[in-house]
Design a binder for this molecule. Structure first.
Ligand SMILES: C[S@@+](CC[C@H](N)C(=O)[O-])C[C@H]1O[C@@H](n2cnc3c(N)ncnc32)[C@H](O)[C@@H]1O
Length: 349
């Protein structure tokens, strides 16, 4: 794949360092379909941060519809095996979720980030009598390819399962009946198993050698000279490392004195998102760059990055930060299914 992305280049191959100034809704239109491996979106929260950019909308519905606008472009640009994390405030996130759930992906988790260094000093004793202080933040976690339909997927028939759809359409293109493919995978008694129909429905996933066997069969029994299942197995399967993590992530905020942006997200959480869902060389999108922490960590971890930021000064500071980041000579990668014990992805459960 070249480093061109529509009219853009990916960092660090041009002077923008992959960080473009402008409105995420407009810029994201330049992303080709199914191109981005991971999106980490930390949009304005809607009247939470004491910033002008957090108070642009007249009400929560207008804000949620604005999220739908950039969400549509992100979902379209996400690779078949891509993932997306969306940070949000506990009171507003439900409105955003109802919009994002309608897009061509499925909700995997609504993660709760428990802020372990939250200080009770923030809440006055008077306030404590009427509500519980907020010591957490929400993160919606979406996946394009889901092996098992989630609740949201059942409600959303558009949710894609690239492997299932691809297997079905390729077998039909080859004009090979399902029973012939099923015969490749007999049970102990010699009867064909129902695995192919499960794979084509997306209830579960073939193994690499099963995928290769179907490819070989379609190539030898399909239309003469036509090649089938040309897409690589790994491009149809979400990387999903770090089986030890649940949907509760515990770890600290960046202290006020170390923040480079009012909403600067900590390194450990960004590294965990990148290392558990992508492979080296994947493109990582950060539609609301702020400090550019995602781009910085992408560079350190041998991924490519693309970011948008509406404020020119903030965008320039993020570029400067990324420019000054030296990638290490070696990046340790987890094996599929490993527990990331030797990888620095922040506090373990
Ligand atoms: C919550 S902050 C992101 C902080 C970032 N995750 C970090 O770790 O520093 C949201 C950012 O989105 C930017 N922003 C607001 N509206 C935008 C838009 N329409 N397009 C792109 N960026 C926007 C703001 O200027 C702000 O820097």
């Amino acid at each position: 794949m070249t480093d061109r992305l529509g009219p853009y280049l990916l960092g660090p191959n041009d002077e923008n360092q992959g960080i473009y100034t402008g409105d995420a809704r407009e810029l994201a239109r330049a992303i080709p379909d199914e191109n981005v491996g991971l999106c980490i979106a930390d949009p304005p929260y809607f009247r939470v941060a004491d910033e002008v950019w957090d108070r642009q909308w007249k009400d929560i519905d207008e804000y949620a519809n604005w999220c739908l606008e950039w969400g549509q472009e992100v979902a379209r640009g996400l690779a078949a095996n891509g993932s997306c994390f969306v940070f949000g405030d506990e009171k507003n996130i439900a409105y955003v979720q109802t919009k994002l759930d309608t897009l061509a992906w499925g909700l995997l988790n609504s993660i709760v980030w428990v802020k372990t260094n939250y200080t009770m000093l923030k809440a006055s004793p008077e306030a404590m009598r009427s509500f519980r202080p907020q010591a957490e933040e929400r993160i919606l976690f979406y996946g394009r390819d889901i092996s098992f339909p989630s609740f949201s997927e059942v409600r959303n028939p558009k949710a894609a399962q690239p492997m299932a759809q691809y297997l079905r359409s390729e077998r039909k293109r080859a004009k090979v009946p399902m029973r012939e493919v099923a015969a490749l995978f007999p049970s102990k008694t010699g009867n064909p198993t129902g695995c192919i129909s499960n794979w084509e429905l997306g209830y579960n996933f073939p193994l690499p050698d099963q995928y290769a066997a179907i490819r070989e069969y379609l190539n030898s029994h399909g239309q003469n000279g036509t090649k089938y299942l040309r897409r690589e197995y790994e491009d149809l399967r979400r990387p999903f490392f770090g089986g030890r993590y649940t949907d509760v992530w515990e770890g600290p905020l960046i202290s006020a004195s170390h923040k480079e942006h009012s909403c600067h997200k900590p390194e450990w959480i960004i590294r965990r998102m990148i290392l558990t869902t992508t492979r080296p060389g994947d493109i990582i999108l950060e539609p609301f760059a702020g400090s550019g922490e995602v781009c910085k960590q992408a560079r350190l971890l041998g991924r490519r990055w693309l970011a948008f930021e509406i404020d020119p000064d903030t965008a320039e500071q993020a570029r400067e930060r990324v420019r000054n980041t030296q990638p290490p000579l070696f990046v340790m990668e987890p094996e599929q299914g490993t527990e990331l014990v030797s990888i620095d992805t922040g506090p373990m459960p």
